[in-house]
Design a protein around this ligand. Structure first.
Ligand code: NCD
Length: 306
């Protein structure tokens, strides 16, 4: 499987075999991390983050450092020349000559795509507005694969902000490409999954509900999300909707004993801390696996896999 030199804007850019080659490599890296400690020696990753991030940026940096590479970049656009009015196209043309691979997060949907057009090195979309977040999807796929042994025949609920949540948009369209997955879409009326994404789902593969409890006993995965405050034009609406769903231990009573509770993090109020001690609460494990997902991706895009 040769992914060398490719960009990653959306998981749809890759075939299922290509995605699997990344998941498989991430699995090997989980088991034998030391074997990969020199894989990226002499290589540089640039992280260009025009929007806040903790996990995504640091897990990219950790991934590169774990493989012996180096990192540079900015985490606040106000400290770069962007604040002087430089375009993404010009910024990337220069950064592509300072680094071998670039991860970019931008508040405007489509800007990493513009960067990819002008870059001579691979560009990875690390989240663009409310659109896509492909490396979170890789993280989610690695996590689900580790616990469920694969990505077919699953009932997955997405709960919270399905309108603005880019992690949901990337993951649901990807899981829809696998066999026999069922989706339960749990959200307030105002935050339903947009029609453009529903139109992509297989016929009869999803139901919409406002109830967190209704389908709980059937679920294999419950993917909780934060209400995306920064995407709301009307802060009153955010305040009304922000606590629509709060998962706690008593709500898990009817769930399967091996159901997975996932969350891309950061959580606000949507998962009570009492769920952290429940073995089904796997969101911190998921964040940990994000490093391996990104290690595998970087290695593949640099053509360095063993
Ligand atoms: C997500 C994001 O940035 O879209 N966070 C992340 O990358 N782990 C989810 C969120 O911010 O709610």
């Amino acid at each position: 499987m040769n992914l060398k030199g490719k960009h990653l804007m959306s998981p749809d850019d890759y075939t299922l075999e290509e995605l699997q080659s990344i998941i498989d490599l991430a699995g090997k890296m989980v088991n034998n991390r030391e074997d990969y400690g020199k894989l990226c020696e002499g290589k540089i990753l640039a992280t260009c983050f025009y929007e806040p991030s903790t996990r995504t940026r640091l897990s990219f940096e950790s991934a590169m450092l774990c493989m012996g590479g180096k990192v540079l970049g900015f985490s606040d656009a106000s400290t770069s020349s962007v604040s002087k009015g430089e375009s993404v196209a010009d910024t990337i043309r220069v950064i592509a000559s300072y680094a071998d691979i670039v991860a970019m997060r931008h508040p405007v949907a489509g800007n990493p795509q513009t960067a990819a057009k002008y870059s001579k090195v691979p560009v990875i979309n690390a989240g663009d507005g409310g659109n896509q977040h492909p490396t979170q999807t890789l993280t989610d796929m690695v996590t689900i694969s580790q616990y469920k042994g694969g990505l077919n025949n699953l009932t997955i609920a997405f709960c919270g902000d399905l309108k603005y949540g880019r992690t949901v948009h990337s993951l649901i369209t990807t899981l829809n490409r696998y066999e026999n997955n069922q989706f339960i879409l749990i959200s307030p009326e105002e935050l339903k999954l947009p029609e453009e994404y529903k139109a992509l789902l297989k016929q009869g593969s999803y139901v919409e509900t406002t109830s967190l409890e209704a389908y709980m006993p059937q679920l294999d995965v419950l993917y909780m999300t934060r209400i995306q405050r920064e995407r709301f034009a009307d802060i009153e609406q955010y305040n009304r909707l922000k606590d629509s769903y709060i998962l706690n231990r008593s709500k898990l009573e009817t769930a399967k004993t091996d159901m997975m509770v996932l969350h891309p993090l950061p959580r606000v109020n949507e998962i009570d801390k009492d769920v952290d001690a429940d073995p089904r609460g796997l969101y911190f494990k998921q964040a940990e696996l994000g490093v391996y997902a990104r290690m595998a991706l970087i290695a593949r895009l640099l053509g360095l896999e063993k």
